[in-house]
Design a binder for this molecule. Structure first.
Ligand SMILES: Nc1nc2c(ncn2[C@@H]2O[C@H](COP(=O)(O)OP(=O)(O)OP(=O)(O)O)[C@@H](O)[C@H]2O)c(=O)[nH]1
Length: 351
């Protein structure tokens, strides 16, 4: 094949770090590059796809946005990701660049490794892995469990699970990075940023470049064109799981669950959101996102919660003939009581 390999940028980062926001920004300042976007969502409500399709960037039409919603990319590489890539590469008009947004709960390593598949390797190369970090969450200590305390507790109680899947996932995503974007710096001060930098640096043995950002505003020239060829270096970026199970035992995805709640119209969105905060806190919901049908409003309200922080804005008018409804995807640890969360949310619009 004498065509040049198409560069593919993998964008990873924990739930709600700001990946979609950064990509939306990228699409609007990519300077005429034709970009194809592959989005791997956790849960079956294509919120990120909807948000990105709504941005109307000329260099990335709706056809160029492909959603993989069949679960974790690392388990569906062969059935889902590879055929999707193959189809994309067979298109008459091939993209100049491919951007892949991984689910906030995915390990990037198996995805990068998939670029070594024979048919893919000859046509595409990983330009770089970009890991987006929620600096505010890290500054608040959400990924900074006290190892000594955990170890002490563990030595006293053999039944205690010492592994924190969230913390490991965070480290695995950092370990794979060529570039780390410390996002949401508007929410922390200089001291906080200093702590975040040392916290992140302490969790990755390699020394990827770190940059700071607000609202994912990073010039396209910084994000695209790293030219790393990360697939050739994947052996140096093993995840915790790969290190523990060099034989490649499939890992357990039961650690996280997601489900969708569908509701009718909401008449008091402010009150609804306030009460949602309580539900999120009470049930340790990690991420909640979706759209709300607000009674008597022509616009659709987009809702984004990361921990207890909730953002909301009217993103577009409901289309003619579109069924108006409230749909929310809820993501939490497997232990989360789905039934209770569902009932509590449903109760918000009854009575
Ligand atoms: N204050 C602040 N909020 C931000 C920033 N970047 C993103 N957000 C908000 O954080 C929320 C989550 O952002 P997303 O871009 O959806 O995050 P994501 O990483 O794509 O989330 P998942 O797809 O669930 O993993 C949204 O409400 C964003 O508006 C930032 O720099 N500062």
């Amino acid at each position: 094949m004498n065509q040049q390999k198409i560069p593919a940028t993998v964008i990873t980062g924990f739930l709600g770090a700001g990946k979609t926001t950064m990509i939306r920004n990228l699409l609007t300042n990519a300077g005429g590059k034709k970009i194809a976007l592959i989005i791997n969502e956790f849960g079956d409500l294509g919120v990120d796809g909807e948000v990105l399709k709504g941005c109307g960037a000329e260099n990335c039409s709706e056809d160029d946005i492909i959603e993989l919603t069949n679960g974790c990319i690392c388990c569906t590489v062969a059935d889902d990701f590879i055929p999707t890539m193959t189809k994309l590469l067979e298109r008459e008009q091939r993209p100049d660049h491919i951007v892949i947004e991984t689910s906030g709960l995915a390990l990037p390593q198996p995805l990068v490794a998939a670029f070594n598949w024979p048919d893919i390797r000859t046509q595409v190369t990983v330009d770089g892995v970009i890991t987006v970090v929620d600096s505010a969450a890290v500054a608040a200590g959400r990924f900074a469990d006290d190892h000594d305390a955990v170890e002490a507790a563990r030595s006293e109680d053999d039944s205690l699970d010492h592994e924190s899947p969230i913390e490991e996932l965070f480290e695995d995503q950092l370990t794979c990075a060529d570039l780390i974007v410390l996002n949401k710096t508007d929410l922390i001060d200089g001291d906080g940023l200093g702590r975040v930098k040392s916290e992140v640096a302490s969790r990755v043995a390699r020394k990827p470049v770190m940059i700071e950002a607000m609202n994912g505003e990073v010039p396209a020239g910084v994000l695209l064109g790293l030219g790393i060829g990360t697939e050739d270096d994947i052996a140096n970026r093993k995840s915790h799981h790969e290190l523990e199970h060099e034989e490649g035992t499939p890992h357990d995805h039961d650690e996280f669950d997601s489900f969708v709640v569908e509701l009718g119209a909401v008449s008091d969105p402010t009150g609804f959101v306030e009460k949602l905060k309580d539900i999120i806190a009470e049930h340790d919901v990690l991420r909640l996102k979706g759209f709300i049908d607000v009674s008597n409003k022509p616009m659709r309200l987009q809702l984004q919660a990361v921990g207890s922080r909730i953002d909301q804005y009217f993103d577009r008018a409901w289309a003619a003939g579109e069924a108006r409804r409230t749909r929310l995807v809820v993501i939490g640890l497997h232990e989360m009581n789905q039934d209770a969360v569902r009932k509590a949310i449903e109760a918000l619009i009854q009575g």
